[in-house]
Design a protein around this ligand. Structure first.
Ligand code: GDP
Ligand code: MG
Length: 714
C-alpha cells in the first residue's frame, strides 16, 4: 500500500485549493462550505508514491451528515499515514476545535496554517513556533491560493515518512476530565488497538455510532455508562457540553499570547461594509436580481450576440469550404452531407455558443470565489424559511448553475432525509450551463430585443423551486421539522485569476468535450435519421425516419403550441445532453445552408408565448441521462426515483401549458414581453390561491398549522 496523506479541515478552509497545489490537479474550489462532498484522490507532484486524499470539510469528528461520516470513517478506519490539518488562520479558534480531535488519534498531524496571506495583510501575527510547541505537532504557514508554503509542507511530510512516528503529546484537557479519560481508556484497552485516546474521549461523549462500532459487551458498556454519569455529576452538565467546554478551554490556553490581533477592530472590515448593503433586508433581493440579470446580459446579450454572429459566419464558411474540398476529391454525396450538414451543422450549432458560456462561467466563478454566492444562499434562506424550506437546499442549486450532476451529489450536505430528497428532485430546475445555448438560440430568434428573456429562465427556475417546495412541504411525504440552517459567511475575497481560470476552464472543458463526443455522435445519428426513410433511401426531410418518429409524439405538444415533429425530436435528443436540442434544430432546419435560420426557429412556434413555454419546458423537464442516473443513485430507491421523474414531467408540462394557453388567450397580438410578464403575474395569483387553500385546510387543525402567522382559532 502506498503512503497516504489525508487533508482534513473545516469547510472552506482551503483544502481543495491545497490539494490542487500538492497534486497538480484541478478539483472544484468554491468560496462556500460544502463544495467537496466526496473524497478525491491524487498523488504528490514530486513524489508520485505518496497519495493525497481530499476529504469533505468537517467541524468536528462527531458527524451529522453523510459527507462528514465519509471524512471520519476515512480517518479512523482507514488510518492514513499522515493527516494534514488545514486550519483557516482567520478563524483560528474554531478551526482548532477539529485540530484537537485529530490530535487525539494516533496518526501524525501536520497543521497547515492556511490563509496566512490574509493574516499578514490585516497586520496580525500568529506565533507559529509557539503554536507548534503548544499543540505538539509541526505547524507550517501556507497560502494555498498563492502557492506559499507548499515546499515546507512537503518537507514536513517527508520528515515524518522517514522515521517511525510516536505521538509525543496528546491534547490533554482539564485535570478532572483526564481522570475520567484515562479510566475510559483502560476500560477499552482490550478491544481497541489504535486511537485509544480518541475512542476514550468519544465514549465519554456518549457517541452512539462509535459505541456500536467497537462492539462493547454489556459489562464494559455498563462500566462506561457509570463513568459518563459520574463525569456528568462532577461537572454538573451533560457530557457533550462538558467535552466542548474542556476543549475550548484548552484552545484558549494554547492560544494564549501567540495570536496578536489587530486592536483597531472598531472600524468595519470590508466584508462587513459590503454585507451591510449586499445582505440588507430590503436591498438583498433586488441586488441579487440585478446581479443575475447583469451576468446574463453581459454573457448572452452584449458579448453573446457579437460572438454568435461571428462564429455563425465562420461555421457557414467552414461548411462551404469543406463542401467544395470534398467535391474536388469526388466524395460521395451522402458523406459530404454527413460531414457538412450533420457534423459541422450539428456540432457547429452548439460550438457557436462557447464564447457565451465561457463568459457566463467566468462571471459565475467570480461571484463564487469572491464570496457573493454564499450570500445568495443566506439571502435565499430568509425567503425559503418562510415556506419551511432550508437555505441549505440552495447550495446544491448554486452548484447546479454549472451542472446538475455535482449539484445533486451536493445535496448530501443536508442532514434531514426528507429535505435532501426534495432538494435532489428540485435542483435540476436550476438552469445548468448546457441549457444556456437553448435559451440563447430561442431567445435570440424569437425575442431578439428583450434582454430579460434569458435571465428570466434563472428566476423561473428559482420561482419553480420555491413553489414546488411549498407544495411538497405541505404533503405528508415531505413535511417535517424545520432544519436549522447555520451557514458561515466567508469573507469577501478578491478571487485569484488562477482560481477563476481553473473554475471556468473546468466547466467549459466539459462542454467542449461533450461537443466532441456525445453531440458529435448524436449529430451523425440525427443526420442519418433526418436524411433517410425506413427503407434507407435518401428522401426529403419531412419523409425521413426522424420525422416519422417525431410525428408520433408531436401531438402531445399541440396544447403547448409547439406540436411539430422538429420540436418533439429535439426534446427527445436533449436527454443525451441538453445541447443536443440546439444541434438537432441546427441539422433539421439546415443551419449551414439557410440565411434565415433564426426565422425558421421562430416559425416552429405558434406564437412567442409558445416559444417561451418551450424554453420553460426544457428548463423544468427531467435533466439529461447523466444527471438522471445520479438522481437515481442519490435517491436510493426506485419508488422515489419514479416519483421524481414523474413530478418533473408533470411540472414542466403544466408550466409550458399555462404559459402558452394564458399567454395566447390574453396577449396574442400583444408584445412578446408583455405576455411574459403578465403570465408570471397570473401565475402568482394562481399560486396565491393554492397557498390560501392549503392554509385553510391546515387551519382545520390549528395546533399543527404550519403557518406561524395563523389567526384562525382552533
Ligand atoms: P475547502 O472547502 O476547504 O476545500 O476550500 P476551497 O479549497 O474550496 O477554498 C475555499 C476558498 O478559499 C476559495 O475561494 C479559495 O480560493 C480560498 N482560499 C484557499 N486558500 C486560500 C489562501 O491561502 N488564501 C486566500 N486568501 N484564500 C484562499
Ligand atoms: Mg473542498
Amino acid at each position: 500500500m502506498s503512503f497516504v496523506i489525508a487533508l482534513a479541515g473545516n469547510p472552506n478552509s482551503g483544502k481543495t485549493t491545497l490539494f490542487n497545489e500538492l497534486t497538480g490537479s484541478t478539483q472544484y474550489v468554491g468560496n462556500w462550505p460544502g463544495v467537496t462532498v466526496e473524497k478525491k484522490e491524487g498523488r504528490l507532484t514530486k513524489y508520485r508514491e505518496i497519495a493525497v486524499v481530499d476529504l469533505p470539510g468537517i467541524y468536528s469528528l462527531s458527524p451529522y451528515t453523510p459527507e462528514e461520516i465519509i471524512s471520519r470513517d476515512f480517518i479512523i478506519k482507514q488510518q492514513p499515514d499522515i493527516i494534514i490539518n488545514i486550519i483557516d488562520a482567520t478563524n483560528l479558534e474554531r478551526n482548532l476545535y477539529l485540530t484537537l480531535q485529530l490530535l487525539e488519534t494516533d496518526i501524525p498531524v501536520v497543521a497547515a496554517l492556511n490563509m496566512i496571506d490574509v493574516i499578514k495583510k490585516r497586520g496580525e501575527y500568529i506565533d507559529k513556533d509557539k503554536l507548534s510547541q503548544n499543540l505538539g505537532c509541526p505547524v507550517v504557514e501556507t497560502s494555498a491560493s498563492k502557492g506559499i508554503g507548499i515546499d515546507k509542507l512537503t518537507e514536513e511530510i517527508l520528515k515524518i515518512k522517514a522515521q517511525p512516528f510516536i505521538r509525543k503529546k496528546y491534547a490533554y484537557y482539564d485535570r478532572r476530565f483526564e481522570y475520567f479519560a484515562s479510566d475510559a481508556e483502560k476500560i477499552i484497552s482490550g478491544i481497541v488497538s489504535n486511537n485509544k485516546r480518541w475512542y476514550a474521549v468519544k465514549l465519554l461523549e456518549n457517541d452512539q455510532i462509535v459505541k456500536n462500532s467497537i462492539k462493547l459487551d454489556e459489562c464494559l458498556s455498563a462500566k462506561l455508562m457509570q463513568k459518563v454519569q459520574a463525569l456528568e455529576k462532577q461537572f454538573d452538565d451533560d457530557c457533550d457540553s462538558i467535552i466542548a467546554d474542556v476543549r475550548y478551554n484548552y484552545i484558549a490556553a494554547v492560544l494564549k499570547g501567540i495570536y496578536i490581533k489587530k486592536t483597531d477592530r472598531k472600524a468595519l472590515s470590508v466584508t462587513e461594509k459590503i454585507d451591510r448593503i449586499a445582505t440588507n433586508k430590503w436591498l438583498a433581493l433586488p441586488i441579487f436580481f440585478i446581479v443575475l440579470w447583469a451576468v446574463y446580459y453581459i454573457s448572452v446579450q452584449t458579448v453573446g450576440s457579437f460572438t454568435v454572429n461571428a462564429l455563425d459566419g465562420f461555421f457557414k464558411n467552414f461548411a462551404a469550404a469543406a463542401g467544395s474540398l470534398l467535391n474536388k476529391i469526388n466524395t460521395a454525396n451522402w458523406l459530404k452531407g454527413l460531414i457538412c450538414e450533420g457534423i459541422i451543422g450539428g456540432v457547429g450549432a452548439v460550438l457557436v455558443f462557447v464564447p457565451q458560456l465561457v463568459i457566463l462561467f467566468l462571471l459565475l466563478s467570480f461571484l463564487e470565489d469572491s464570496g457573493y454566492m454564499s450570500r445568495i444562499a443566506f439571502i435565499m434562506d430568509r425567503v425559503f424559511r418562510h415556506f419551511g424550506l432550508s437555505g441549505k437546499s440552495f447550495i446544491p442549486m448554486l452548484i447546479g448553475t454549472g451542472c446538475s450532476v455535482p449539484a445533486i451529489t451536493g445535496a448530501r450536505t443536508i442532514e434531514n432525509k426528507k429535505d435532501r430528497r426534495m432538494t435532489i428532485i428540485l435542483t435540476p430546475f436550476i438552469p445548468c450551463g448546457a441549457k444556456l445555448p437553448i435559451f440563447a438560440l430561442i431567445g435570440g430568434a424569437v425575442f431578439p430585443d428583450y434582454s430579460l428573456v434569458a435571465p428570466s429562465m434563472y428566476f423561473m427556475g428559482i420561482f419553480t423551486v420555491i413553489i414546488c417546495g411549498i407544495m411538497l412541504k405541505n404533503t405528508r411525504m415531505f413535511k417535517g421539522e424545520d432544519a436549522p440552517f447555520v451557514m458561515e459567511l466567508p469573507e469577501y475575497r478578491m478571487p485569484s485569476a488562477k482560481g477563476i481560470f481553473i473554475h471556468m476552464w473546468e466547466r467549459s472543458k466539459d462542454f467542449i468535450i461533450k461537443a466532441g463526443t456525445v453531440i458529435f455522435a448524436a449529430s451523425c445519428i440525427i443526420w442519418v435519421l433526418v436524411k433517410f426513410n425506413w427503407s434507407f433511401e435518401m428522401v426529403q426531410t419531412k419523409h425521413s425516419m426522424l420525422a416519422s418518429i417525431g410525428k408520433i409524439i408531436a401531438p402531445l405538444f399541440l396544447p403547448l403550441g409547439f406540436g411539430n415533429w422538429q420540436c418533439a425530436v429535439a426534446t427527445l435528443t436533449g436527454y443525451a445532453a441538453k445541447e443536443n436540442i440546439v444541434a438537432t434544430l441546427g441539422i433539421v432546419l439546415g443551419h449551414q445552408k439557410e440565411a434565415d435560420f433564426a426565422a425558421k426557429v421562430a416559425a416552429l412556434f405558434d406564437n412567442p408565448a409558445a416559444a417561451y413555454g418551450f424554453m420553460v419546458f426544457v428548463l423544468l423537464a427531467p435533466p439529461c441521462f447523466a444527471a438522471i442516473s445520479v438522481m437515481k443513485r442519490e435517491l436510493g430507491s426506485l419508488k422515489w426515483f419514479t416519483f421524481a421523474i414523474t413530478f418533473q414531467l408533470v411540472i414542466s408540462y403544466t408550466a409550458a401549458f399555462f404559459i402558452y394557453q394564458i399567454g395566447s388567450l390574453f396577449f396574442y397580438g400583444g408584445t412578446a414581453m408583455s405576455s411574459v410578464i403578465l403570465t408570471l403575474l397570473l401565475a402568482l395569483v394562481f399560486i396565491y390561491i393554492i397557498i390560501y387553500m392549503f392554509k385553510n385546510k391546515n387551519c382545520k387543525n390549528c395546533a399543527k398549522c404550519a403557518y406561524k402567522k395563523c389567526t384562525h382559532k382552533s
